[in-house]
Design a protein around this ligand. Structure first.
Ligand SMILES: [Zn+2]
Length: 368
């Protein structure tokens, strides 16, 4: 029986093929042509620079309240006057299949309060369609959320069941949807972070809940919404953003203290104790850190060991641990215990947030 492989062409094994000669045109200079205006350049970089200068890429943009609108998933949950809507680089504007002028578009967008709407912006090079949901609550719907919150959450022990009850009642009474979502996500986050109040969430779930809360409340300019956004930013160690939203009192002081330490400044403690002035439930570590910031120096010194002890606990997040270390470093420095302050600088020398202050303290100690 003949072997099957005998019938198979083995290809060029052992043979060779010709490489076709590559045609060359030695005298023809290489040029780079702009495909927009036809201008010719002798090198690629010159053409790139020309396109950059002469034909900027014109992608239309829609902005509201000086932020870019997302093409998908954007929810407008608070009213904006026509001047807050900005349309850039669009030659043609279509809202819900109707072509409008830029002026008309901004007026129309400021008037819509509910439903899904489509905005298409077209320039010479590009067309962008935005799918925007409008869910702008009335003052009454916003007030309902706050009223139910005051009744069921303020000055009550925070528990999972109670948050569920808050949601049910606020929904029944037609409370503003995103406001309710933001507040309840934050509260669920508090329980998750502390692992208390009958939460079914894990300790790591708090951060998703906090961020969902900040997202839902993004456009809401109400004291409670701003306080929650400030606390989420504080929790994330985004102190600059936290300072801008903090209402005053303990929250504002803590945000300012941490922001000051971040920018490399020593912070002196308040002369007198600042009382807590908010009744929004917060997680234990945030509450402890804020309380500590509002104490006079003598009390800070006295209570520092307890705060430091909290930092070593298993549930303490990295964000909170580094805040506590920075406070410890500052308190020791302010109290004149430079040896102990130097000990803390070692932990913070490579922290992206507090290295400026750590380095400064190291230098000050060396120069003494
Ligand atoms: Zn050109």
């Amino acid at each position: 029986m003949a072997k099957i492989t005998d019938a198979v062409d083995p290809g060029n094994a052992g043979g060779s093929v010709l490489i076709p000669e590559i045609p060359t045109e030695p005298n023809r200079p290489l040029t780079f042509k702009c495909n927009k205006c036809g201008e010719v350049f002798t090198d690629r970089e010159a053409r790139r620079q020309h396109i950059f200068d002469q034909h900027p890429f014109k992608r239309p943009q829609l902005l509201v309240g000086s932020r870019m609108v997302k093409e998908r998933g954007e929810v407008v949950a608070s009213p904006f006057p026509p001047a807050d809507w900005v349309i850039q680089q669009a030659e043609r504007i279509v809202i819900d299949q109707q072509e409008v002028s830029s002026r008309q578009a901004c007026r129309r967008l400021s008037e819509i309060t509910s439903g899904f709407h489509e905005v298409t912006l077209t320039s010479a090079d590009y067309s962008v369609t935005y799918h925007i949901e409008f869910d702008i609550p009335t003052e009454a719907q916003l007030a309902t959320v706050e009223r139910v919150f005051n009744t069921l959450i303020v000055n009550q022990p925070l528990e999972s069941d109670r948050i569920a009850q808050f949601i049910t009642v606020a929904k029944q009474e037609d409370g503003a949807r995103y406001y309710l979502e933001g507040v309840s996500d934050f509260l669920y986050g508090v329980l998750a972070k502390d692992q208390r109040g009958g939460t079914s969430l894990g300790p790591d779930d708090y951060s998703a809940k906090y961020h969902a809360a900040r997202e839902a409340l993004r456009f809401l300019n109400r004291p409670l919404a701003n306080l929650i956004k400030a606390l989420v930013n504080f929790n994330d160690n985004a102190f600059n953003e936290a300072v801008a939203l903090a209402p005053g009192g303990q929250v504002a002081i803590a945000c300012q203290v941490m922001n000051g330490l971040r920018s490399g400044k020593h912070c002196s403690a308040p002369d007198t104790r600042i009382a807590s002035d908010h009744s929004l439930p917060v997680d234990t570590l945030t509450a402890e850190i804020m309380r500590f910031c509002s104490l006079p120096l003598a009390e800070q010194q006295e209570q520092l060991p307890q705060l430091v002890h909290l930092a070593s606990k298993r549930l303490t997040t990295d964000h909170d641990r580094v805040k506590i270390q920075a406070l410890a470093m500052n308190t020791c420095w302010e109290a004149g215990d430079h040896e102990e302050a130097t000990h803390w600088t070692k932990k913070l020398r490579h922290s992206p947030l507090f290295e400026a202050l750590a380095t400064r303290i190291i230098e000050d100690v060396e120069n003494e």
